[in-house]
Design a protein around this ligand. Structure first.
Ligand code: NAD
Length: 352
């Protein structure tokens, strides 16, 4: 494993994206997203993703610097064309617009299409919660990134179609559900592969449809299973609904009718909770709920009951100042990208 400070890692990623053509503020924003994901332990959406982004930019699939365009809007809705820029840039813009509209009108629905990987959905749900608003997000792969089997199927047919929801809280972080509809995000299998470790049982099938724990089997054409184990119809049904809300409703691609290339087509819904309940009551009652659930006999004394989002909020507080540990293949990728653009930090990474 390679240890690196968050600041140095963010500077390196920013430099790489600038060299790949991104304006400085976009490069910094994407780097901040990736490094924050590593800080909170979501390495599947950390700097491990940068390689793909640089390759996409190189092949013209991602257009650094392209500005998102609102191609139609009402007081409560907007349809955004991401113009194939970095997903983090487009989704941050779309979420900001949804926040603005919900502040003015109480609720908003914004769709996004033609946008590259938006990363961890929780980041946008956190952006909304920080404004005292409630969010729901749905994202597909635009008919690409096919890696999940439908319930009762044995082959890849869908993307891991994530969804997120947030409610503001007075705790360390917002109440935040942020999940793939497959049993785990595809990037988590990548992380196991990079570490040379087996995946937990029940995550993947090999390309013949047999259960497997070897991440190489997934890489060679296997499939992720829908969330829910033997009750996988629920994860699959959620993934199906995400295709409709994020793909069909945005005018983007869907499984079976893909767009030009991988696109995290999305729907962002923002609600002003104070139209329904005063903020003080929302905070107080959600705290009562949390305390009620935590006050229980535990299956394992070392594993307390958590509220959704607690793990990420606590990890951010605990790890912010600590070095990040990354597997060697990720260091090698960073080194290759720094060398490709003749960036001076290459020496540091090669000796790291
Ligand atoms: N952009 C994309 O195309 C894409 C695709 C798939 C997934 N993703 C992202 O991948 C990330 C990981 O997804 P995942 O499904 O593997 O997430 P996960 O299984 O790590 O977490 C899912 C949710 O469960 C909550 N949680 C975890 N432990 C808990 C506990 N003990 N008690 C209560 N709640 C708990 C977490 O706070 C989180 O909200 C997400 O951020 C998701 O947005 C992105």
């Amino acid at each position: 494993m390679w240890k690196v400070s968050p600041t140095r890692l963010e500077d390196m990623c920013t430099a790489i994206m600038r060299a790949a053509g991104a304006p400085g503020s976009d490069a910094r924003l994407v780097a901040d997203h990736l490094v924050d994901n590593d800080i909170i332990g979501h390495h599947s959406h950390g700097v491990i993703r940068l390689w793909d982004y640089v390759e996409w930019a190189h092949h013209g699939d991602l257009i650094p610097g392209a500005r998102p365009r609102i191609f139609s809007e009402t007081r409560t809705t907007a349809r955004i064309d991401g113009n194939w820029n970095f997903g983090q840039v487009v989704a941050t813009f779309a979420t900001g617009l949804a926040i603005e509209k919900a502040r003015a009108a109480g609720i908003s629905v914004v769709t996004i299409r033609r946008v590259k990987h938006i990363g961890r959905l929780g980041r946008y749900a956190e952006q909304v919660a920080a404004e005292g608003l409630v969010s729901m997000l749905f994202t597909n792969g635009g008919g690409h990134g096919i890696n999940q089997a439908p319930f009762r199927g044995t082959e890849r047919k869908l993307c891991s179609n994530p969804l997120a929801m947030s409610v503001p809280s007075s705790l360390a972080g917002p109440f935040l559900l942020d999940m793939a509809t497959s049993v785990a995000a595809e990037g988590k299998v990548r992380v196991y592969r990079a570490r040379g470790a087996p995946t937990p049982a029940g995550w993947i099938l090999d390309s013949d449809g047999n259960p497997s724990t070897d991440p190489e089997d997934f890489a060679e054409g296997g499939a992720l299973l829908p969330v829910g184990g033997s009750e996988g119809h629920k994860g699959y049904a959620l993934a199906f609904m995400v295709e409709l809300l994020a793909g069909v409703m945005s005018g983007g691609g869907i499984s079976g009718d893909p767009g030009r290339s991988f696109s995290n087509d999305s729907m962002v819904i923002v609600i002003d909770p104070e139209l329904f309940v005063p903020m003080a009551e929302l905070r107080e009652r959600s705290l009562t709920l949390t305390e009620h659930l935590k006050d229980t006999r535990l299956a394992d004394e070392s594993q307390p009951v958590l509220y959704p989002g607690e793990k990420e909020a606590e990890a951010r507080l605990a790890n912010r100042e600590r070095d990040i540990e990354l597997p060697d293949p990720v260091r090698q990728q960073l080194l290759a990208m720094l060398q490709r653009f003749s960036l001076p930090e290459a020496e540091l990474v090669s000796s790291g």
